[in-house]
Design a binder for this molecule. Structure first.
Ligand SMILES: *Cc1c(COP(=O)(O)O)cnc(C)c1O
Length: 369
């Protein structure tokens, strides 16, 4: 048995990250200084976007994207039910109705043939579950045809591509999270990438109380006057956080390569009783969710062997808030519920070793025996 607990995910912080953060702590700007812009520009280049706007979390980024998309009361936003609740909450924050959707049984993403579209649909939020891109070509065509905004919740999918193209090329607003469980971290943090100058402007205003100029730029010009033009929030990400993000971004490709190597190794080594996730070389592999019987018992046995796991996700429509507020009930989305009953995310992170993986596989064999 392992001596040390293996978590299902773990951040990787190197001495160079700590040095980068220390340099900012010793500088003139702890927040909304030059490092925010440097991180935004490097991130935009990385994902192939014209612009990127940093937010204080992935959830704030999704909220900002909904605002930029013009979502408001009376609108409906389609969201798959098998996701983290923040994907759907972002529409609710603006008074819109999150309309939950069934997922396809294999990839567990939105099924373009089964979208609950209506006259009120304003946007579609495509979650790239575990890092596997949603069917972006069809979703893009559908959104174009009906003049809907396509928001991508790419919190699992930094570095993923779809049919050889970056996620960004399918538009419109692509949201990322830098929570420590994700590919790169800023502690808490997020980003919205977009090719639209208008979206960029709305995102920057929204994250700064609805104020149309930034304190640093005013200070440089010796101006006091500012205008609050819309109801925004303080969703800014600090220079301290952005220094960590910028440093982490430099090693992102190594982490992604390791995740892809681990996914291949899991697929070869896992016993037949375990249903492996889709074999997609373009996936970002944030998670490695397998499906198996007696999930809770297996998870408890793995924990006894010091192997951490997690369940992604409790479908959104099963949460009491969604049942009380929107009238959803158990049984509404049988595919997502059947998947949820059997899903278990095995350890997967950018600094996990193949020896760690062998420990997981042998513990899993014992747990299933
Ligand atoms: C992590 C995550 C979020 C929220 O990100 P935070 O940075 O934790 O706010 C939203 N959607 C999905 C799919 C996520 O995995």
């Amino acid at each position: 048995m392992r001596e040390k607990f293996l978590p299902y995910c773990r951040q990787e912080v190197q001495p160079e990250d700590i040095a980068a953060v220390t340099r900012v702590l010793e500088s003139d700007w702890l927040t909304t200084g030059p490092t925010v812009e440097a991180f935004e520009q490097a991130f935009a280049r990385e994902v192939g976007a014209r612009f990127a706007v940093a937010f204080s979390s992935g959830t704030a980024a999704l909220h900002g994207a909904m605002f930029a998309a013009g979502v408001g009361p009376g609108d409906e936003v389609i969201v798959p039910t098998l996701t983290f609740c923040a994907s759907a909450n972002s529409a609710a924050y603006l008074g819109a109705r999150p309309v939950l959707a069934e997922v396809d049984p294999e990839r567990l993403n939105l099924d373009p043939d089964r979208l609950p579209l209506s006259e009120a649909t304003r946007a579609v939020t495509a979650v790239h579950y575990a890092g596997h891109p949603a069917p972006l070509e069809r979703l893009r065509a559908l959104c174009d045809e009906r003049k809907l905004v396509l928001v991508q919740d790419a919190c699992h999918a930094l570095g993923a591509t779809y049919r050889g193209q970056p996620l960004q090329s399918y538009g419109d607003l692509v949201c990322y999270s830098f929570h420590p469980a994700k590919h790169i971290t800023t502690g808490e943090g997020g980003m919205v990438a977009t090719d639209s100058e208008e979206h960029q402007r709305r995102l920057k205003t929204f994250r700064n109380h609805g104020i149309t100029s930034e304190a640093r730029h005013r200070a440089e010009k010796g101006q006091f006057y500012y205008e609050m033009q819309v109801l925004g929030y303080n969703y800014r990400l600090s220079d301290i956080s952005c220094a960590l993000g910028l440093s982490q971004l430099g090693r992102h490709h190594q982490g992604l390569a390791r995740r892809r190597e681990l996914a291949r190794a899991y697929r070869e080594a896992l016993p037949a009783l375990v249903q492996t996730p889709p074999d997609d070389p373009e996936s970002g592999w944030h998670l490695y969710p397998v499906r198996l019987d007696h999930r809770d018992r297996v998870a408890a046995r793995l924990r006894e062997e010091r192997i951490g796991t997690q369940v992604h996700y409790i479908p959104v429509h099963l949460h009491p808030y969604y049942q009380e507020t929107y009238g959803y009930r158990a049984g509404d989305f049988p595919v997502a519920e059947a998947a949820y009953a059997r899903l278990l995310s095995l350890p997967m992170f950018g600094s996990m070793t193949l020896e760690d993986l062998e420990d997981v596989v042998s513990a899993l064999r014992r747990a299933l025996a």
